[in-house]
Write a protein that binds this ligand. Structure first.
Ligand SMILES: [Zn+2]
Length: 69
């Protein structure tokens, strides 16, 4: 469940998601910029760049490692 969405610009939005940290299940702050995203956990301070899939009523975070291209 997304608790808060703040649209910053045309292709930038900040989202907070409770329970989404893969390490501690804490609340995360996610900045989505176009097709990329940066995430920081507000509890354990994990920083990562998950793949984000936005559905009609959902946001899916994929933490799997990706190959560098
Ligand atoms: Zn965490």
């Amino acid at each position: 469940m997304v608790s808060q969405i703040h649209v910053v610009g045309d292709e930038v939005a900040d989202v907070t998601i409770p329970g989404a940290c893969m390490v501690c299940k804490g609340e995360v702050a996610l900045r989505m910029t176009g097709m990329s995203a940066a995430l920081v956990c507000l509890s354990c301070h994990l920083i990562t760049h998950p793949k984000v899939e936005v559905g009609t009523d959902s946001v899916r975070l994929d933490y799997r490692p990706r190959a560098l291209v």
